[in-house]
Ligand binder design. Structure first.
Ligand SMILES: C[S@@+](CC[C@H](N)C(=O)[O-])C[C@H]1O[C@@H](n2cnc3c(N)ncnc32)[C@H](O)[C@@H]1O
Length: 226
Protein backbone atom coordinates (compact mmCIF):
# COMPACT_ATOMS: atom_id res chain seq x y z
CA UNK A 1 0.00 0.00 0.00
CA UNK A 2 1.52 3.29 -1.09
CA UNK A 3 0.79 6.69 0.48
CA UNK A 4 1.24 8.48 3.77
CA UNK A 5 0.05 6.51 6.84
CA UNK A 6 -1.29 3.81 4.52
CA UNK A 7 -1.28 1.12 7.25
CA UNK A 8 -3.61 3.28 9.37
CA UNK A 9 -6.36 3.13 6.75
CA UNK A 10 -7.54 -0.09 8.32
CA UNK A 11 -5.38 -0.54 11.42
CA UNK A 12 -7.15 2.04 13.57
CA UNK A 13 -4.79 1.49 16.52
CA UNK A 14 -2.12 3.33 14.49
CA UNK A 15 -4.34 6.42 14.28
CA UNK A 16 -4.06 7.11 18.00
CA UNK A 17 -0.65 8.76 17.50
CA UNK A 18 -1.66 10.69 14.38
CA UNK A 19 -2.56 14.38 14.29
CA UNK A 20 -5.70 15.60 12.49
CA UNK A 21 -3.39 16.77 9.69
CA UNK A 22 -1.87 13.26 9.41
CA UNK A 23 -5.39 11.84 9.12
CA UNK A 24 -6.26 14.29 6.34
CA UNK A 25 -3.02 13.42 4.52
CA UNK A 26 -3.85 9.73 4.83
CA UNK A 27 -7.20 10.35 3.08
CA UNK A 28 -5.53 12.67 0.55
CA UNK A 29 -3.24 9.85 -0.57
CA UNK A 30 -6.11 7.37 -0.58
CA UNK A 31 -8.67 9.49 -2.44
CA UNK A 32 -8.47 7.97 -5.92
CA UNK A 33 -8.76 4.38 -4.61
CA UNK A 34 -11.13 5.08 -1.72
CA UNK A 35 -14.44 4.03 -3.27
CA UNK A 36 -12.99 0.97 -5.00
CA UNK A 37 -11.64 -0.27 -1.66
CA UNK A 38 -14.71 0.64 0.41
CA UNK A 39 -17.03 -1.14 -2.04
CA UNK A 40 -15.31 -4.38 -1.03
CA UNK A 41 -16.37 -3.66 2.59
CA UNK A 42 -20.06 -3.33 1.63
CA UNK A 43 -19.77 0.28 2.80
CA UNK A 44 -23.28 1.64 3.50
CA UNK A 45 -23.30 4.41 6.15
CA UNK A 46 -24.14 6.96 3.44
CA UNK A 47 -27.20 4.92 2.45
CA UNK A 48 -28.33 4.58 6.06
CA UNK A 49 -28.11 8.36 6.64
CA UNK A 50 -29.55 9.18 3.21
CA UNK A 51 -32.51 6.82 3.71
CA UNK A 52 -33.21 8.37 7.13
CA UNK A 53 -33.26 11.86 5.56
CA UNK A 54 -35.55 10.70 2.75
CA UNK A 55 -37.99 9.20 5.26
CA UNK A 56 -37.91 12.31 7.42
CA UNK A 57 -38.43 14.96 4.76
CA UNK A 58 -41.21 14.95 2.16
CA UNK A 59 -40.00 15.03 -1.42
CA UNK A 60 -41.50 18.40 -2.28
CA UNK A 61 -39.68 20.09 0.61
CA UNK A 62 -36.17 18.74 -0.03
CA UNK A 63 -35.02 21.35 -2.54
CA UNK A 64 -35.79 24.15 -0.06
CA UNK A 65 -33.28 22.93 2.52
CA UNK A 66 -29.63 23.72 3.04
CA UNK A 67 -27.67 20.62 4.06
CA UNK A 68 -24.02 20.29 5.10
CA UNK A 69 -22.26 16.93 4.74
CA UNK A 70 -19.35 16.89 7.23
CA UNK A 71 -16.54 14.45 6.51
CA UNK A 72 -17.97 14.45 3.00
CA UNK A 73 -15.05 12.55 1.46
CA UNK A 74 -15.61 11.68 -2.21
CA UNK A 75 -19.28 12.61 -1.99
CA UNK A 76 -21.08 9.27 -1.57
CA UNK A 77 -23.67 10.73 0.82
CA UNK A 78 -23.95 13.99 -1.13
CA UNK A 79 -24.62 12.01 -4.28
CA UNK A 80 -27.35 9.95 -2.60
CA UNK A 81 -29.00 13.11 -1.22
CA UNK A 82 -28.80 14.81 -4.60
CA UNK A 83 -30.41 11.81 -6.32
CA UNK A 84 -33.17 11.93 -3.70
CA UNK A 85 -33.98 15.59 -4.47
CA UNK A 86 -31.87 17.54 -1.96
CA UNK A 87 -30.53 20.15 -4.36
CA UNK A 88 -28.58 22.32 -1.91
CA UNK A 89 -25.92 20.17 -0.28
CA UNK A 90 -22.48 21.51 0.66
CA UNK A 91 -19.51 19.27 1.48
CA UNK A 92 -16.88 19.86 4.16
CA UNK A 93 -13.73 17.76 4.47
CA UNK A 94 -10.08 18.51 5.35
CA UNK A 95 -8.75 16.17 2.61
CA UNK A 96 -8.71 18.22 -0.58
CA UNK A 97 -8.12 15.22 -2.84
CA UNK A 98 -11.24 13.51 -1.46
CA UNK A 99 -13.27 16.64 -2.21
CA UNK A 100 -11.71 16.82 -5.69
CA UNK A 101 -13.30 13.45 -6.55
CA UNK A 102 -16.69 14.89 -5.54
CA UNK A 103 -15.95 18.10 -7.47
CA UNK A 104 -15.32 16.17 -10.70
CA UNK A 105 -18.85 14.73 -10.34
CA UNK A 106 -20.35 18.10 -9.45
CA UNK A 107 -21.96 16.75 -6.29
CA UNK A 108 -21.86 19.66 -3.85
CA UNK A 109 -22.80 23.30 -4.27
CA UNK A 110 -19.98 24.49 -2.07
CA UNK A 111 -16.73 22.72 -1.16
CA UNK A 112 -15.26 23.60 2.22
CA UNK A 113 -11.79 22.19 2.71
CA UNK A 114 -11.60 22.30 6.52
CA UNK A 115 -11.69 20.26 9.70
CA UNK A 116 -14.79 20.44 11.79
CA UNK A 117 -13.74 20.80 15.41
CA UNK A 118 -14.31 23.17 18.30
CA UNK A 119 -13.03 26.19 16.35
CA UNK A 120 -15.42 28.58 14.69
CA UNK A 121 -15.27 28.31 10.88
CA UNK A 122 -15.47 31.92 9.70
CA UNK A 123 -16.73 30.81 6.27
CA UNK A 124 -20.01 29.49 7.72
CA UNK A 125 -22.64 31.81 9.18
CA UNK A 126 -24.39 30.98 12.44
CA UNK A 127 -27.71 29.14 11.89
CA UNK A 128 -27.01 28.73 8.16
CA UNK A 129 -27.90 25.05 7.62
CA UNK A 130 -31.22 23.24 8.06
CA UNK A 131 -29.48 19.88 8.42
CA UNK A 132 -26.01 18.53 9.07
CA UNK A 133 -25.26 14.96 8.06
CA UNK A 134 -22.21 12.73 8.42
CA UNK A 135 -21.58 9.16 7.28
CA UNK A 136 -18.60 7.12 8.37
CA UNK A 137 -17.00 10.22 9.88
CA UNK A 138 -17.24 9.36 13.59
CA UNK A 139 -14.51 6.75 13.70
CA UNK A 140 -11.05 6.65 15.26
CA UNK A 141 -9.17 9.89 14.58
CA UNK A 142 -11.96 11.57 12.61
CA UNK A 143 -14.56 14.10 13.86
CA UNK A 144 -14.03 14.75 17.59
CA UNK A 145 -16.85 15.24 20.14
CA UNK A 146 -15.92 18.91 20.63
CA UNK A 147 -17.07 19.53 17.05
CA UNK A 148 -20.70 19.39 18.23
CA UNK A 149 -20.18 22.91 19.57
CA UNK A 150 -19.54 24.18 16.03
CA UNK A 151 -22.27 22.00 14.50
CA UNK A 152 -24.81 23.44 16.96
CA UNK A 153 -23.70 26.95 15.93
CA UNK A 154 -24.09 26.44 12.20
CA UNK A 155 -27.34 24.44 12.21
CA UNK A 156 -30.60 26.39 12.60
CA UNK A 157 -32.71 25.91 15.74
CA UNK A 158 -35.18 23.19 14.76
CA UNK A 159 -32.59 21.59 12.46
CA UNK A 160 -30.86 18.27 12.94
CA UNK A 161 -27.42 16.69 13.12
CA UNK A 162 -27.66 13.12 11.82
CA UNK A 163 -24.81 10.63 11.78
CA UNK A 164 -23.94 6.98 12.24
CA UNK A 165 -21.38 5.57 14.62
CA UNK A 166 -20.28 1.96 15.00
CA UNK A 167 -20.52 0.77 18.62
CA UNK A 168 -16.95 -0.49 18.63
CA UNK A 169 -15.60 3.03 18.02
CA UNK A 170 -17.75 4.51 20.77
CA UNK A 171 -15.85 2.09 22.99
CA UNK A 172 -12.35 2.40 21.55
CA UNK A 173 -11.84 5.76 19.88
CA UNK A 174 -9.83 8.34 21.84
CA UNK A 175 -12.12 11.06 20.46
CA UNK A 176 -15.38 9.40 21.44
CA UNK A 177 -14.76 6.97 24.33
CA UNK A 178 -16.43 8.05 27.58
CA UNK A 179 -17.45 11.31 25.87
CA UNK A 180 -19.94 10.83 23.08
CA UNK A 181 -22.80 9.16 24.94
CA UNK A 182 -22.53 11.32 28.11
CA UNK A 183 -22.45 14.44 25.91
CA UNK A 184 -25.53 13.36 23.95
CA UNK A 185 -27.39 12.69 27.25
CA UNK A 186 -26.18 15.82 29.02
CA UNK A 187 -27.20 18.18 26.20
CA UNK A 188 -30.56 16.41 25.91
CA UNK A 189 -31.16 17.02 29.64
CA UNK A 190 -30.20 20.68 29.20
CA UNK A 191 -32.74 21.07 26.39
CA UNK A 192 -30.09 21.73 23.73
CA UNK A 193 -31.34 18.89 21.57
CA UNK A 194 -33.81 16.03 21.39
CA UNK A 195 -32.36 12.65 20.53
CA UNK A 196 -33.65 10.07 18.07
CA UNK A 197 -31.56 6.91 17.94
CA UNK A 198 -31.90 3.92 15.67
CA UNK A 199 -30.03 0.69 16.44
CA UNK A 200 -28.15 -0.73 13.45
CA UNK A 201 -27.40 -4.42 13.28
CA UNK A 202 -24.12 -6.03 12.36
CA UNK A 203 -23.74 -5.62 8.59
CA UNK A 204 -25.97 -2.57 8.20
CA UNK A 205 -23.00 -0.17 8.13
CA UNK A 206 -20.40 -2.38 6.45
CA UNK A 207 -19.01 -5.89 6.60
CA UNK A 208 -16.34 -4.88 9.14
CA UNK A 209 -17.83 -2.17 11.40
CA UNK A 210 -20.18 -4.39 13.42
CA UNK A 211 -23.40 -3.03 14.94
CA UNK A 212 -23.89 0.67 15.49
CA UNK A 213 -26.37 3.49 15.97
CA UNK A 214 -27.80 6.27 13.85
CA UNK A 215 -28.27 9.40 15.95
CA UNK A 216 -30.41 12.29 14.81
CA UNK A 217 -30.14 15.25 17.19
CA UNK A 218 -32.86 17.88 16.80
CA UNK A 219 -31.18 21.09 17.95
CA UNK A 220 -33.18 23.82 19.71
CA UNK A 221 -30.56 26.48 20.36
CA UNK A 222 -28.37 28.72 18.27
CA UNK A 223 -25.16 28.24 20.23
CA UNK A 224 -23.92 26.16 23.12
CA UNK A 225 -20.44 26.41 24.60
CA UNK A 226 -19.00 23.40 26.40
C1 LIG B 1 -14.27 7.15 6.12
S1 LIG B 1 -14.35 8.70 5.26
C2 LIG B 1 -16.13 8.90 4.99
C3 LIG B 1 -16.43 9.71 3.76
C4 LIG B 1 -17.88 9.74 3.32
N1 LIG B 1 -18.73 10.44 4.26
C5 LIG B 1 -18.41 8.35 3.04
O1 LIG B 1 -19.48 7.98 3.60
O2 LIG B 1 -17.80 7.64 2.26
C6 LIG B 1 -14.03 9.88 6.56
C7 LIG B 1 -13.81 11.29 6.06
O3 LIG B 1 -13.76 12.16 7.21
C8 LIG B 1 -12.82 13.17 6.95
N2 LIG B 1 -12.39 13.80 8.22
C9 LIG B 1 -11.42 13.42 9.08
N3 LIG B 1 -11.35 14.26 10.12
C10 LIG B 1 -12.32 15.20 9.92
C11 LIG B 1 -12.75 16.35 10.65
N4 LIG B 1 -12.20 16.71 11.82
N5 LIG B 1 -13.72 17.11 10.11
C12 LIG B 1 -14.32 16.76 8.95
N6 LIG B 1 -13.96 15.67 8.23
C13 LIG B 1 -12.98 14.90 8.71
C14 LIG B 1 -11.70 12.45 6.19
O4 LIG B 1 -10.86 13.34 5.49
C15 LIG B 1 -12.49 11.50 5.31
O5 LIG B 1 -12.74 12.05 4.04
Amino acid sequence: MAGRHAQARFDFSLRKKMTPRDIADMFNDFAEDYEQVYVTLDWRPFEVVGDFMAKLIPEDHRSKLKVLDVGAGTGLLGNKLKNDGFTHVDGLDPAENMLNVAKRRNIYQRYLCAFINKERNGAIETDYYDYIVASGAFNEGLIPCEAFQEMIRIVKPGGRITFTVPTRYINSSDNLRDQLLPLIDQLAQEGVWEVTSVALEDGELSSTDGPGTLYSLRVFVSEKKF
